[in-house]
Every structure is written in structure tokens, then in C-alpha cells.
Design a protein around this ligand. Structure first.
Ligand code: M6R
Length: 612
């Protein structure tokens, strides 16, 4: 989704800004721009399309000749209000040309504000909700930028992360947040501002995260923080622990490929120090429940979106089966609006790789409001959901740059299994069973390595199906969420229309669509329900649909009569989602690669969905 970067220091601002935008490309965007201030002049370059185009436009422009412009702002825009063209791209200038601003989020009452400004003769030139905010700031300005910003923000409904500058006060940047992340990097004699740590880590590890309704004023004297009433506040400086190499794709053709191959080490990091073999349980300091607390949990509600919701469904099954606690997974946007029944005896687990997904964050707030115990399961350290839940578990998977989530899913499932184990041991699971589960969780990296070793074989299968337009994924039990996730992966990166179904559900409608050009990926692992899924795969075959059978090692006979086979290692049902999904990730990746798709940044998609 949209990305913000700001710079104040001694180096050439335009270069740092464009490089920062390049590092945030993975978030998804369709236009970009930068503005710098030098000698009382604001220079602005915007471009619909990719950063490469912006860079070419900046080279040789007024901005490029601003060798001594040491402060500026930049933005990548993922269009919401208005087409992705140059006028709608950020930064936005106000009508007087003295104020320039970048904005993430949505100004919900922008039409009202726009009409009010119009009555004062101030007209917007773009179709965006964002432009009205810079016009409003300019309108509110008397002699102090931060005062104008807070005046304007008090009139705004919606979400924002902004950075603004004016040639009337040339040595100042003002940033503010409500619902859209802003992190401030504190370097040696320089300050960086961004919506995403990836733009900052090449320059400094020391960071401050703005809370909602915080405002930061950045000058040559450093960073001062205020609330919207201008009362000074302070925020803790934390160290960002991500490695810069982790955010580069190195020898891999795509971040997605790199991240799939990182899964053994990512899972190792996710489980490190969290398995207690002696007691047959998991140590999750973010879930420091006593057995008495655990016994009192009435229900576990898991909320998330997309891949995180699919992982949550595996968690739902594991928690019910192992701990005997009723569990439900729910799409976060539904949860936030349908007035769900939540009680203080419910444990709500919010799952989010980015920790910034708007609907999941809103679900967290709704659950907290209703008194539930809320835990976050996030990858991005310091993210809003991680901070707002207060208690929770980090994945430690490292940065996930590819828009298609891969290592986050497998680490989420690994952590959910440990959560189920911990809850189960506090309730009804005997120690020996807990020990056995610990051993299987410990083996997850090895099981994933076995699947990755079949990369070439899976690629050969993928290439046979690269010309198809539709596909179905079917599974049962623990493999039902994997079928959903497999279909999601395929559709988002290859643009093949793919649907995941419970194997039994196919004949309640979707079977009408089957024909010889519609492949079925049947998850026929050797787990309970396999024979029934085999029957469903036979039904597909009888209707001439080609079947790719995913089977357990040693049980290859199951694939006889089907068209293609992918083999995954033998393991218990609750463990099977992880190696199986890795096979489906590789399948999707190679199909998308054969179709020449833009794998890391699929069209229309954003890495982090910070609007509803
Ligand atoms: O950052 P989150 O885990 O909250 O993101 C949720 C979804 O937007 C995300 O999983 C999305 O579905 C991915 N593109 C799937 O690959």
C-alpha cells in the first residue's frame, strides 16, 4: 500500500528519498513522487508507474540539480480515490505552492472539507482525498507549521500518516499519525521518516514509533514530539533488529523464491527457545497464562485477513482438537462490523504478518473494547497490532518483501501449533503427547527442506499447467485451509482464477465448471479423510479434469490414475499443512514464472492493506 519517506540531514535528499521509495516498492503502488526544499524553493517530481521511471525523471530535473537540498519527502501511491496519474500522485502542493505533503490513509470527510475550502476560493486540482489535507493545513497556517498541522488534523475524520514541509519555515518537517504507521529513524546528524522500516534500516537502527495523534517536529536541533494539543510527549527509542541483507533478494530471481527457500531457517527462528521437551509444552512468554487462566478460557477467536486468516484456520483446528477449547476463525472485517459476541473469558488472537492490516487492527480494538484477552501474532516488530495487543508472539521470520505471503504463513502455523500445545498442556493433553508434538514441531525445518529439494520436479509439473485459466484446490481437515491458501497463492501471482474448496463441497456447485482444461490440485496426503478426498478427485477425473495429486511419501500408489503427482513427507495431520503448503507455493511460483508474471508485485495488490 502507499509508502512514505522523509529526510532531514546533510546528504542529498532526492537520492535518499528515491532509494527509500525503491525499498518500499514491495508494498504495492502505482505512482510515486518526491519533493525537496532548497533555498526557499520547493522542487517536485511525480510519475505514474514505477520508481525506475521516477528516478529517470528526477535525473536531470530541478530536483537533481538541488545538490544541497537536505530535506524532502517522497511517496508511493496505491490508488484509492482517483486514477493512478501524475496529478493524483503525491506529494501534493497546496494552491499557494508554499506547502507540500505526503499522506497515507483515507480522509473520510474530504468532500465536506473540500466544499468548505471551495467557499474560501481554494480549489483542489486532484481527485484525491489527500490533497484536501494539505490545502487545509495551508488554510490554517498563521506562523507555525506544527500548529497549522494540528489545527487541520482536528478537523479530519479518517486515518493518516503524513509528512509536510513549507518554504515559509525551511528548516522543518512535521510528521503525524492516526491509524497509518510512521517510524522515525535517528541517524548520525540526520533523521529519516518512513511508513515502513525497510526505508530506514540502511541508514540507522534507532527508531521511534509514533502513536495515534502524535506529531513529530524535525529540525536541525533533532526531533521533538507533541500531541495534537501541543503538549510535549516522549516516545521510547528502540533498536530495529532486521538485517539489511534480509531485505535484498541476492542471487534469487524473486523475493518470493528467496522467502520460500528461507522457510527452514525462518521456522527455526520462530520455534527457537519455545519448546520445552521436558514438560512437553511450549514456552510463549507473550501468553504467560497460568494453568488456572488457561482453564478459564471459554473460547479462542482467531481474526485475520488473507493468508493470515488461512493460517488461523489451521490454528482453530489445532486448538479445538488438542486443547478441547472451542475455537473459531473469522475474517477480521466481518468481526469488526457484525457486533460479535465477545466476553472477558474469550481469548482473541489477531494474526498479521505486517501488523498494520486495517481490518485486523479494528478487530483488535473491537475485541479489547468488549473486554476479551487479546494477543497478537505478528512478524513486524513494533507494528501497530503488536503494540496495541500488548501481549503476543513475534514470528521472527525476518522481512517478508514478496507480496505473496509464504514464510509468514508457515511461521504463523508453527507458532499456532505451539500455542495449541501450550493451551492443551494446561488442560487435557498428557505430557507424552506434548513431548511428541514438540519433536514434530522441531522437525518442521527438515520437512520443509525435503519439499524444497523437489523444486525442479514441482517446476516440471507447473510448466504443464501454465496455460490454464481456472483451477481448483481441494482438501479436508487440516488440509482444507491449505487448499484455500494454495488457491490464494496461485491466483494472486499467476492471475489464474483459482478457488480452494473443501473436497466435499465441490459437488454442491463448483463441479459444474469442470472440464478438461480445469486442473484440480487434490490434497491426498495420508491423513484421516484421504479416501474420501480420493473419491472426490475421482469424480473430477470422471469429468475429464486433470488431477495433480499431492501424496505422502511412501504412499505414491494413491496418485495412480491421476495426471501428476507431488510428494510430501510423512507427518501427523496437524503438521502436514506446513510441508504441503510449501509444495503449493512452489507450484504457484513456477506457474507464474512460466507465464512471465510480475511475481513480487502482482498487479493491484499491496503488501500491507492499511485501508478498509
Ligand atoms: O499483513 P497481514 O498478514 O495482516 O496481511 C493480510 C493479507 O493482506 C495478506 O496475507 C494477503 O492475503 C497476502 N497477499 C497473501 O499472500
Amino acid at each position: 500500500m502507499c509508502g512514505i519517506v522523509g529526510y532531514f540531514g546533510k546528504r542529498k535528499a532526492s537520492e535518499i528519498l528515491v532509494d527509500g521509495l525503491r525499498r518500499m516498492e514491495y508494498r504495492g503502488y502505482d505512482s510515486a513522487g518526491v519533493a525537496c526544499l532548497h533555498d526557499g524553493v520547493i522542487g517536485l517530481v511525480k510519475n505514474p508507474g514505477k520508481i525506475k521511471g521516477l528516478r529517470e525523471k528526477v535525473d536531470g530535473s530541478d530536483l537533481d540539480s538541488m545538490q544541497h537540498a537536505h530535506l524532502g519527502i517522497g511517496h508511493t501511491r496505491w490508488a484509492t480515490h482517483g486514477a493512478p496519474n501524475e496529478v493524483n500522485a503525491h506529494p501534493h502542493l497546496d494552491a499557494s505552492g508554499h506547502f507540500v505533503m505526503v499522506h497515507n490513509g483515507i480522509i473520510e470527510n474530504y468532500k465536506e472539507i473540500k466544499a468548505g475550502l471551495s467557499q474560501h476560493g481554494i480549489e483542489c486540482v486532484s481527485e484525491t482525498d489527500s490533497e484536501v489535507l494539505v490545502q487545509l493545513i495551508a488554510y490554517c497556517y498563521k506562523d507555525n507549521l506544527e500548529k497549522a498541522v494540528s489545527e487541520a488534523l482536528k478537523k479530519v475524520k479518517g486515518t493518516y500518516g503524513i509528512v509536510v514541509l513549507t518554504d515559509k519555515e525551511p528548516g522543518k518537517l512535521v510528521a503525524a499519525r492516526c491509524g497509518s504507521p510512521i517510524v522515525i529513524g535517528l541517524g548520525a546528524e540526520e533523521t529519516l521518516i518512513a511508513s515502513d522500516a525497510s526505508a530506514i534500516i540502511p541508514h540507522t537502527r534507532d527508531a521511534m514509533y509514533l502513536e495515534d495523534y502524535d506529531m513529530a517536529v524535525i529540525t536541525a536541533d533533532g526531533v521533538k514530539m507533541f500531541d495534537l494539543q501541543h503538549a510535549p510527549i516522549s516516545r521510547e527509542v528502540t533498536e530495529m533488529d532486521w538485517d539489511i541483507d534480509a531485505a535484498e533478494k541476492g542471487e534469487y530471481a524473486h523475493f518470493m523464491l528467496k522467502e520460500m527457500f528461507e522457510q527452514p531457517s525462518a521456522i527455526r527462528n520462530a520455534i527457537r527457545g519455545r519448546l520445552d521437551f521436558e514438560m512437553g509444552t511450549a514456552i510463549l512468554s507473550g501468553l504467560d497464562f497460568s494453568p488456572r487462566d488457561t482453564a478459564q478460557i471459554n473460547r479462542v477467536l482467531v481474526v485475520g485477513c488473507g493468508t493470515s486468516m488461512n493460517a488461523g484456520m489451521v490454528g482453530e483446528y489445532a486448538i479445538e482438537e488438542m486443547a478441547g477449547i472451542p475455537a473459531e476463525v473469522e475474517q477480521a472485517a466481518e468481526f469488526r462490523y457484525r457486533n460479535p459476541i465477545v466476553t472477558p473469558l474469550d481469548l482473541v488472537v489477531a494474526i498479521s504478518q505486517s501488523g498494520e492490516t486495517a481490518d485486523t487492527l479494528a478487530a483488535v480494538r473491537e475485541a479489547k473494547h468488549k473486554g476479551a484477552v487479546v494477543a497478537g501474532l505478528c512478524n513486524v516488530v513494533g507494528s501497530t497490532i503488536a503494540r496495541e495487543t500488548g501481549r503476543g508472539i513475534y514470528l521472527h521470520a525476518g522481512p517478508e518483501i514478496g507480496v505473496a505471503s509464504t514464510k509468514a504463513f508457515t511461521c504463523q502455523v508453527a507458532v499456532l501449533l505451539m500455542m495449541a500445545l501450550k493451551l492443551a498442556r494446561g488442560r487435557r493433553m498428557p505430557r507424552h503427547q506434548g513431548e511428541e508434538l514438540c519433536r514434530w514441531i522441531e522437525r518442521l525445518p527438515e520437512l520443509v527442506e525435503k519439499v524444497l529439494a523437489q523444486n525442479e520436479a514441482i517446476k516440471a509439473v507447473a510448466e504443464k499447467y501454465a496455460d490454464k485459466q481456472n483451477a481448483f484446490f481441494i482438501g479436508r481437515g487440516y488440509l482444507y485451509p491449505v487448499a484455500l491458501e494454495g488457491a490464494l497463492k496461485l491466483k494472486e501471482i499467476s492471475y489464474i482464477h483459482a478457488e480452494g474448496y473443501h473436497a466435499a463441497e465441490l459437488k454442491h456447485g463448483p463441479i459444474a465448471l469442470l472440464e478438461e482444461t480445469t486442473p484440480i490440485v487434490a490434497l491426498l496426503n495420508n491423513i484421516p479423510g484421504k479416501e474420501k478426498t480420493m473419491g472426490n478427485a475421482e469424480e473430477c477425473k470422471a469429468r475429464k479434469a486433470p488431477v495433480i495429486a499431492v501424496v505422502t511419501e511412501g504412499d505414491e500408489a494413491t496418485a495412480e490414475g491421476f495426471d501428476d503427482m507431488i510428494v510430501v513427507p510423512d507427518c501427523p495431520p496437524c503438521i502436514a499443512p506446513i510441508p504441503t503448503v510449501v509444495a503449493l507455493q512452489l507450484l504457484s511460483y513456477h506457474i507464474a514464472a512460466a507465464r512471465g508474471c510480475e511475481i513480487d508485485q502482482p498487479r493491484n495488490l499491496a503488501k500491507s492493506v492499511t485501508v478498509e
